[in-house]
Design a protein around this ligand. Structure first.
Ligand SMILES: Nc1nc2c(ncn2[C@@H]2O[C@H](COP(=O)(O)OP(=O)(O)OP(=O)(O)O)[C@@H](O)[C@H]2O)c(=O)[nH]1
Ligand SMILES: [Mg+2]
Length: 455
């Protein structure tokens, strides 16, 4: 961690966090038979396992930082309980909800899963596993006493990255000491720190501005300096927070900054914004000369008006309030005209594995000479098969045959004695294995089961 980030931790503002999610495993199904006096052949009565708990993220307007989550990054939801005899189904695992600030983007391996913008918006980030079915589910007229019960499905497990991109309508940018925080505190209830030295603001501040019956959110970020987009100063850490604003207000200090003339400072800031992200250059940027009470201010405004003929240049004083109302009028008029495309869009393939369509499987011969079968459905089938039950083996073989896995393996060159790996388990493929399936008149039934099989 760099020094700057350390400082941010101390300041309590964390805008990125890495979290390890582990949803609950489904409870195992139960294989049992009804045994009661005077009830011969009581039949199967094993209950189903309960569903595992899922992990949800919920946007909340009452939170402004990811600090809480960053400090407790291991998040698990509880497992479902196993089923029991007498048709008792297991309890469901409890879902786990985590509150995140509005504007939090959830990513997995670089792809955006969700963008939580509105208060109360929820997203299931990790789905709990399905409970295994008890042997009551496997009773058929051909097999009235099945000794098969599924294991619970494992829950989703992965590392997610949370990124907070503050949601404000208007962003204040400018060199340090230009008066950004002073302006925010003058027009909203926010009370950022204000002082007569550069880099007073260390974290973004957000305030709700009420003006003539309309309201909007404004964000003040730390001052920018030359080279900010390359990491100089503090500003770069927070530039992403203005990416989603609709309008930028560029405050200019008529005194200049560190010997730099105001006109040059304007050019420097605009270049920094453009270099950080082309989107920032495209935003409507209102030029505002602050500190109108100082004698230099009017001249600077005139000079900027001359230079940027097509742009309006406002003259305000955040301290005395001069010109502020006019500026707010302009902002309120402009805001509804800005239509913003979504910056973060959840892509279709970024949906968590458990929510993806089932799909088929692929067979590949790996470097160790093992035939590796991959596919969500077959992997799930293996994970939910109880290999301690001989009948479960039979069922597995039948399903392999029905879904065409033995044919696919033969086609790939698999012969008796070769090793096959599916879902982390290895089997030796034998003719008996292939012959174990009983296709023919059962094929349709298992195909039907196969269609039902899944979520
Ligand atoms: N005379 C005068 N001084 C002002 C005005 N607005 C702000 N200031 C002063 O300028 C100094 C800097 O103000 P800040 O609001 O902290 O500036 P900032 O842009 O937030 O600065 P950083 O957070 O360091 O980037 C303070 O001493 C303010 O009192 C103004 O309209 N007139
Ligand atoms: Mg400030």
């Amino acid at each position: 961690m760099t020094k700057i980030q350390d400082h941010r931790v101390a300041a309590g503002f964390i805008d990125t966090a890495r979290v390890y999610l582990k949803a609950g495993k489904g409870g195992d199904g139960c294989s049992s038979f009804r045994r009661e006096k005077y009830i011969p052949y009581g039949g199967p009565d094993g209950g189903h396992g309960g569903k595992g708990g899922s992990i949800w993220f919920e946007a909340s307007a009452n939170i402004t930082t990811l600090a809480e989550i960053a400090c407790h990054p291991h998040i698990t939801a509880s497992d479902g309980c196993p089923g029991k005899g007498n048709r008792k189904d297991g309890h469901y695992g409890e879902d786990h909800s985590l509150y995140v600030p509005c504007g939090t983007v959830v990513k997995r391996a670089g792809t955006v899963l969700a963008d939580l913008k509105e208060h109360g918006q929820r997203f299931m980030a990790a789905k709990g596993g399905r409970g295994g079915r008890g042997n009551t589910a496997f009773k058929t007229r051909f097999n009235t006493a099945p000794k098969i019960a599924e294991l619970g499905e494992p829950g989703d497990e992965y590392e997610a990255r949370l990124e907070l991109s503050v949601l404000a309508d208007v962003g204040f940018v400018g060199m340090p000491n230009a008066g950004k925080s002073t302006l925010l505190s003058a027009i909203s209830a926010a009370r950022p720190k204000i002082a007569d030295y550069p880099f007073t603001t260390l974290n973004p501040n957000i305030g709700m501005v009420q003006h003539k019956g309309k309201s909007f959110a404004a964000a003040d970020i730390p001052g920018l300096i030359e080279g900010a987009h390359e990491g100089k100063g503090l500003g770069v850490l927070f530039l992403k927070h203005i990416l989603r604003t609709k309008i930028l207000v560029h405050l200019v200090d008529p005194v200049g900054f560190a010997g730099m003339k105001p006109e040059k400072a304007v050019r420097v800031i605009e270049k920094e914004l453009k270099d950080y992200h082309p989107l920032l250059a495209k935003k409507i940027t209102i030029l505002v000369v602050n500190k109108a009470d100082l004698p230099e201010a009017a001249k600077v405004q005139e000079a900027l008006e001359k230079k940027y003929k097509k742009r309006e240049v406002f003259l305000i004083s955040a301290v005395t309030g001069k010109g502020v109302s006019r500026l707010l009028d302009r902002i309120i008029k402009l805001l509804p005209t800005v239509k913003q495309a979504d910056l973060y869009q959840a892509s279709a393939d970024s949906v968590p594995a458990a929510l993806q369509p089932k799909g088929g499987f692929t067979v590949e011969l790996d470097s160790e000479g093992v035939f590796s079968v991959k596919g969500r459905r077959v992997e799930k089938l293996i994970a939910m098969t109880n290999f301690n039950q001989p009948d479960s083996w039979d069922r597995l073989h039948r399903i392999f045959k029905t879904i065409g896995m033995d044919k696919a393996l033969k086609k790939a060159g698999c012969a008796a004695g070769d090793m096959v790996r599916v879902g982390g388990k290895e089997f030796q493929w034998t003719d008996a294995t292939m012959a174990a399936g009983r296709p023919g008149k059962f094929a349709y039934k298992y195909r039907k089961f196969d269609q039902e099989y899944g979520d």
